[in-house]
Design a protein around this ligand. Sequence first.
Ligand SMILES: COc1cc(O)cc(C/C=C(\C)CC/C=C(\C)CC/C=C(\C)CC/C=C(\C)CC/C=C(\C)CC/C=C(\C)CC/C=C(\C)CC/C=C(\C)CC/C=C(\C)CCC=C(C)C)c1O
Ligand SMILES: C[S@@+](CC[C@H](N)C(=O)[O-])C[C@H]1O[C@@H](n2cnc3c(N)ncnc32)[C@H](O)[C@@H]1O
Length: 327
Amino acid sequence: MAAPRSWALWGNCGRGWSRLIRGCRLPGLRSSWPGSPLGARLLSQEKRASETHFGFETVSEEEKGGKVYQVFENVAKKYDVMNDMMSLGIHRIWKDLLLWKMHPFPGTQLLDVAGGTGDIAFRFLNYVQAQHRGKQKRQLRAQQNLSWEEIAQQYQNEEDSLGGSHVMVCDINKEMLKVGKQKAHAQGYKTGLAWVLGDAEELPFDDDKFDVYTIAFGIRNVTHVDRALQEAHRVLKPGGRFLCLEFSQVNNPLVSRLYDLYSFQVIPVLGEVIAGDWKSYQYLVESIRRFPCQEEFKEMIEDAGFQKVTYESLTSGIVAIHSGFKL
Ligand SMILES: COc1cc(O)cc(C/C=C(\C)CC/C=C(\C)CC/C=C(\C)CC/C=C(\C)CC/C=C(\C)CC/C=C(\C)CC/C=C(\C)CC/C=C(\C)CC/C=C(\C)CCC=C(C)C)c1O
Ligand SMILES: C[S@@+](CC[C@H](N)C(=O)[O-])C[C@H]1O[C@@H](n2cnc3c(N)ncnc32)[C@H](O)[C@@H]1O
């Protein structure tokens, strides 16, 4: 059996640390001759095929979901402050860039998977609201003889302030969603937003439902990335766009060394001091090193059926935004 492209390529573009750490996944092999040495070897390979990684630890596929759940349950309350501390606020710029790339039009139906505490959803609502307000202003300026009541009416219609746009935040973790909902309430987001508990690998939505699918810093945590990508493809309308913001591979050797130092020497310490949780932040930096590089991930997105797949590396490749279309 030939290995799918994503398996064959997994681990082919690493450098230094990352290259040593990223392993090759084995395709599921079956033997009709289990008693023989060859059969035993094939069986042990098969066993390994149902194993995966939780950071640098090898775990069974069944275990991984629970471990990831525990991490985000533990960090949920400190999640936002940790992101600002770890990245000195740079994660905000990356998320803004994701929105600028999306450039949603009024009426866009967005699904934000692994949406956690709502950072992408809130940016989306701000963006479409600003777009819609701009459009309304231009229309009002073009209409010369409106009364002040008619003008006030246009501004007050809050339902319409998004031009029919809507974002569905889907996440597997109750605690992350809880923090997100509290933030939405505190910041006054009332319309155009819904929160759904769900797994990226088995989305609770019909086919061909959304214009845009986003996943920011989420796909790295999913057990079967290929299944999550297939689900993204399924729920998008024809013509719909997939956008993923995720950690990637640093392309400058000096930045790479500093970044490794910073990741392994500083981030778990910040995790312990601020969130009282070293292990979750150790998992974060390890899972970043395990995730495929820009080109490998592009191939995986293509394997899921997306077309016109491109990516842009940001901050020397610390993160990348991948984009693809369901055509
Ligand atoms: C559990 O899973 C998770 C939990 C979460 O809370 C979040 C996530 C998802 C994650 C995010 C949304 C964002 C998370 C952000 C990061 C992982 C960090 C990304 C990093 C950067 C943007 C900065 C990159 C840093 C470098 C290129 C290297 C520069 C580093 C240095 C100059 C320091 C080198 C470190 C040492 C020599 C070790 C000893 C140093 C000290 C003890 C001093 C401590 C120093 C600092 C705190 C300085 C920090 C400096 C920066 C941040 C530099 C910024 C500069 C640039 C961008 C070039 C999740 O999955
Ligand atoms: C690092 S956070 C990202 C949150 C948000 N997108 C952001 O950019 O701040 C990762 C999120 O992925 C979620 N997650 C992990 N595995 C998932 C899965 N299989 N399906 C849906 N969400 C998942 C976690 O619960 C967590 O909220």
